[in-house]
Design a binder for this molecule. Structure first.
Ligand SMILES: [Zn+2]
Length: 327
């Protein structure tokens, strides 16, 4: 039994992190960029730990140099996602990697990515929305520039604002200005927290950045009172079990807290984060959850429903995707 064909909703992916290694190698060859050191002999991405993963990730990103590269990347990603039954996907796109934080350049990247998304919707029946994202370890000033880019382009495609990068860099409050700017522009908010930073990082993020979703959030399981508050505040967790297992952020699959969090009443969803970096796909995530926890179609339907209810999209899109889930 595999869940490959089941319609899926995925909320937590990073656009560059979805880049198939063969695609990045091809771009590097076209541009004569030597990044051979970031690949294993079998062609997969090579790194030792989370800090090194970020280095490899940024090296891979050096091949993505213009809007046209992101256009091609987006097409490659959505074709792959659709082949795993994903009908709606949100992806983090960083104005830092797409135009260096300049609003005009960011618009050109978005134009290309949105065009690719429209073609993928036509050809593969998958919908993409963008969560514009600042990179935490680039600091608060760059986060403000990213938030300005997000605020200026808020619309049908750019619907949310988030923060990724090294979670233990700085404090959530350092980024409150950027989040305030995004909130005032009407963007929906999420932030990576509680992957590496412990339950206190989740608590501080909820208090200082007032997000409605948390990226990962698995460390919440270490604090009962926080779990109760997350339920009370109706916060949704974008859980990426395969990523956590691969990077050793949690224990192995049987010890992954997604089951305990869900059993406690927390709204959890399932995503792949950076699938080719972690050797995963949405099919693999569902299959592993079925194998590990005995979850079945009813469980996965409810996880997809939670994800759609928490999606950063307009009502028309939500209604359209709901039909796909219901059939
Ligand atoms: Zn992530």
């Amino acid at each position: 039994m595999t869940y490959k064909s089941m319609p899926k909703v995925e909320l937590h992916t990073h656009i560059e992190g979805c880049a198939p290694p063969a695609f990045i190698r091809g771009l590097a060859q076209e541009k004569s960029i030597d990044i051979s050191g970031i690949f294993n002999k079998d062609g997969t991405y090579a790194y030792r730990d989370f800090a090194h993963f970020l280095e490899v990730y940024e090296a891979a990103c050096t091949t993505l140099q213009g809007p046209q590269d992101f256009y091609r990347l987006t097409k490659a990603i959505l074709e792959e996602s659709a082949s795993h039954g994903v009908v709606y996907q949100e992806t983090f796109i960083s104005p830092d990697f797409c135009g260096g934080g300049d609003v005009g350049a960011w618009r050109e990247y978005l134009h290309a990515i949105e065009a690719a998304a429209a073609e993928a919707e036509r050809d593969h029946n998958i919908t993409l929305k963008c969560v514009a994202t600042c990179v935490r370890h680039f600091g608060a000033e760059k986060a403000k520039a990213a938030a300005k880019c997000a605020a200026e382009t808020k619309g049908d495609f750019v619907t949310g604002f988030g923060m990724g990068g090294a979670e233990t860099f700085g404090k959530p409050a350092d980024f409150a200005y950027a989040y305030d700017m995004a909130r005032e522009a009407g963007l929906e908010l999420t932030c990576h927290a509680g992957e590496w930073g412990g339950p206190e990082m989740i608590a501080d993020t909820l208090r200082d950045l007032k997000v409605t979703r948390i990226g990962h959030g698995v460390d919440a399981i270490k604090d009962r009172e926080l779990v109760a508050r997350i339920i009370d505040m109706d916060v949704v967790l974008e859980v990426c079990p395969g990523s956590n297992v691969f990077l050793n952020a949690t224990g192995d699959w049987p010890d992954h807290p997604i089951k305990s969090l869900r059993d406690a009443g927390v709204k959890v969803t399932v995503s792949t984060d950076d699938p080719p970096f972690f050797g995963t796909t949405m099919t693999h995530e569902f299959d592993m959850l079925a194998e590990t926890f005995g979850w079945d179609e009813t469980d996965f339907k409810s996880l997809n429903q939670t994800a759609l209810d928490a999606a950063f999209c307009d009502d028309a899109t939500r209604a359209k995707i709901q039909k796909r889930l219901d059939t």
